[in-house]
Design a protein around this ligand. Sequence first.
Ligand SMILES: *Cc1c(COP(=O)(O)O)cnc(C)c1O
Length: 234
Amino acid sequence: MSEVEENLLNIRRRIQAACVRAGRDLSEVELIAVSKTFPVDSVRDAMDAGQVAFGESRLQEAEPKIECLPGSLKWHFIGRVQRNKVRKLLPHFGWVHGVDSAKLAAYMNEVAGELGLFPKVFLQVNVGEEVSKGGFEVDALRAELDAILSLDRLEIMGLMCIPPPGPDAAASRPWFVKLRELRDALEIDYGVKLPSLSMGMSDDFEVAIEEGATHVRVGSAIFGKRPPASILLD
Ligand SMILES: *Cc1c(COP(=O)(O)O)cnc(C)c1O
């Protein structure tokens, strides 16, 4: 058994246990294997272990990988979305997690129409109000949500967040609660369904599941250590 396969089995067991603790059905939680910085062979190992959903955060890196892997895999774009990359990005990624302005959403809608696509979108919320991070401020999201919901090519799945770094998994809990409560409030105030919450990474996915995550984005716990983040930023 490959190390990736072993790690995946372990993560799936932990997801299952978190679902049991939270009284949730396992089918409500999708594991996205974040393969950024890892080679195609690692993706293949995960694929051989039954993994279907993968996450990438840079188009230049993802494109060649996706092109040499089977079309049956599902790709989630989890990085910052640059306007000038949208046209190349949408054909490869059925899910886009980092949408953080109405302007970007409107442009994606326009391009999706030209390409005949219906991308699934998560609206990223900057829960910790960090200057260094992308994502909507809550007030801006409220101001722009009606416009976003009117875009006929985008399927708005729900909300996504990357909490501020903390000392342990428990430190992420209040941020996950904040995202879930915001989602609940928006559903009422805007009369819309936002069923999905993309939250939780290698260090805190179990807490995220306990707080309602439907999509967890797990990289290093499956594929191993990545080089320091400083050299990954583009
Ligand atoms: C890299 C990344 C992940 C995965 O992080 P790990 O800590 O390796 O699990 C999840 N979400 C986003 C947005 C990322 O950029």
